[in-house]
Design a protein around this ligand. Structure first.
Ligand code: MTE
Length: 309
């Protein structure tokens, strides 16, 4: 059975599996799958997904303490140390632009119709490290369909909250990023079944440092496409401006597909360091095209992925 979103919070805590039960439940489900038993027979709360990897997830401690969230500082430890002050309730999400049903939603109303599922995805950061993260979320496609895109809509632009009182990185001078942090996807990328809006990880609501209360997850792209703490999604006709591309266009493209054959100008992208595997001196893993999510290749047929990095 799928998790239903609660009415007064992004994910009702009574509906989600406590952390202590999570690993056992996964073993349970794996055993069930081996016996050909369906989820319903186990009374499991969140559906596992054929889109999930069976690689071992990173620990919750790794996932929630080694973060990039420049609104809270540039060190990996800053988000965990400083994001606690961010108020994520109430939260308003605006959906606008080329849609039939533009709206300002209270987050709980926005989430009501969607069923949460667990998706265990690899995440590859452009900096050369990777993790495996058990997200809780739903396909972005469902939210876009509900807004009813107009024929002219070709891209989705996303924006993060601007609230310098609670986000010390937004008060720093000189500005590292022209706030808000912005990201974008082509509409067909946004509609791909792998693309998620996440509200949780490890069966619990997202910690602030991971982008509470709502973030994007696009597992075949470098992690910086996964914009956190989203307040606005706008359907547009032209390719939108995106933060890292605005800051350093030679280094960070709009597409940002994981590609071991196209190096960052300052380092190789051929290999990666899996967080939790023994630090800087651990054996590096080969990086896979599209981060191993080969099914997305057809989105880019005929495109030069060296030029469109
Ligand atoms: N979203 C916002 N708003 N601000 C950021 O600085 N950093 C990005 C992305 N989303 C970032 C953001 C980068 S560079 C990465 S690698 C991922 O978030 C990191 O996600 P994680 O900290 O949950 O692992």
């Amino acid at each position: 059975m799928l998790i239903r979103v609660g009415t007064d919070r992004p994910v009702a805590s009574s509906d989600i599996t406590p952390r202590s039960l999570w690993l056992r439940r996964r073993e349970f489900l794996a055993a069930g799958a081996g016996l050909g038993l369906g989820l319903a027979g186990f009374g499991a709360r969140a559906a596992t997904s054929p889109y999930s990897t069976d690689e071992k997830p990173n620990s919750r401690a790794d996932i929630t303490s080694y973060n990039n969230f420049y609104e809270f500082g540039t060190d990996k430890s800053d988000p965990a140390a400083k994001a606690g002050r961010l108020k994520t309730k109430p939260w308003t999400l605006r959906i606008d632009g080329l849609v039939e049903k533009p709206a300002d939603y209270a987050l709980e109303d926005f989430l009501k119709p969607f069923s949460m599922e667990e998706r265990i995805y690899r995440m590859r950061c452009v900096e050369g490290w990777s993790m495996v993260i058990p997200w809780l979320g739903f396909p972005l496609a469902e939210a876009i369909k509900r807004a009813q895109p107009q024929a002219g809509a070709k891209y989705v632009a996303f924006e993060t909250l601007v609230r310098p009182e609670e986000m010390p990185g937004q008060r720093s001078f000189p500005k590292i990023i022209p706030w808000p942090y912005r990201e974008g996807l082509r509409l067909d990328e946004a509609m791909h079944p792998l693309t998620l809006l996440a509200t949780g990880l490890y069966g619990e609501p997202l910690p602030n440092q991971n982008g509470a209360p709502l973030r994007l997850v696009v597992p075949w792209k470098y992690g910086f496409k996964g914009i956190k703490s989203i307040v606005r999604m706008t359907l547009v006709a032209e390719q939108p401006k995106t933060s890292w591309n605005m800051i350093a266009p030679d280094e960070y493209g709009f597409y940002a597909n994981v590609n071991p054959g196209v190096d960052h100008p300052r380092w190789s992208q051929a290999t990666e360091r899996r967080i939790g595997e023994g630090g800087l001196f651990a054996k590096r893993r080969p990086t896979l095209m599209f981060n191993g999510y080969e099914s997305v290749a057809s989105l880019y047929s005929g495109m030069d992925l060296r030029a469109n990095y």
